[in-house]
Design a binder for this molecule. Sequence first.
Ligand SMILES: Nc1nc2c(c(=O)[nH]1)N[C@H]1C(S)=C(S)[C@@H](COP(=O)(O)O)O[C@H]1N2
Ligand SMILES: [Mo]
Length: 196
Amino acid sequence: MSEKKTIISPINLRKDRLPPGQRWIEKPILYDISPNTDFDMSSYNFKVYGEVEVEKTFTYEELISLPQVDLIADFHCVTHWSVKDIHWEGVQTKEILNMVKPKSPYLLVHSLEGYTTNLPVEYLFEDDVILAFKINGEILPKRQGYPVRLVVPKLYAWKSAKYVSAFEFTKENIAGYWEQRGYHMHGDPWKNERYG
Ligand SMILES: Nc1nc2c(c(=O)[nH]1)N[C@H]1C(S)=C(S)[C@@H](COP(=O)(O)O)O[C@H]1N2
Ligand SMILES: [Mo]
């Protein structure tokens, strides 16, 4: 067995660590478009489809058996709060991308309760982007993304989709749930890309 790597997100090491318009708080605030997060795990799987060379479906067991990393990363919500040094554990998305080989630059992430969010595929090749199974040493609590959560520290937290069920690689940049309601298509906190 090889040593489990610890990755510190480069955003934690920035001189301007706190993005413009943000303030530090102790713990993340739960935000959900639907409070019903009691999913049937007997039918859970994670699908990768669309503009890829190889479509793939993973069971939860298959996903968690891929090589995992520890990730330490700050978390920035568009509603102006930020939390320092969250400890996540999971699989780097680049592991998945190397298996499916995306053919397009756009990703739409689907979640079990119907939430979606879009982001550029290039982020998913970076070391600090993971599919997380644990937060601060515990299996993700039901409201924090169980079974699987995407974590993308370099973008606002609405792009860190909880309860992830699929990655759909798309030909066009398709707006997700909040993006359809006025949130930014990109969402970089240091560029203040909140709305529009
Ligand atoms: N599936 C899903 N993921 C989601 C959301 C959601 O409603 N559904 N809300 C997003 C928003 S707006 C934020 S700020 C963060 C909040 O994460 P937390 O609930 O773990 O604090 O989750 C993001 N991921
Ligand atoms: Mo949010």
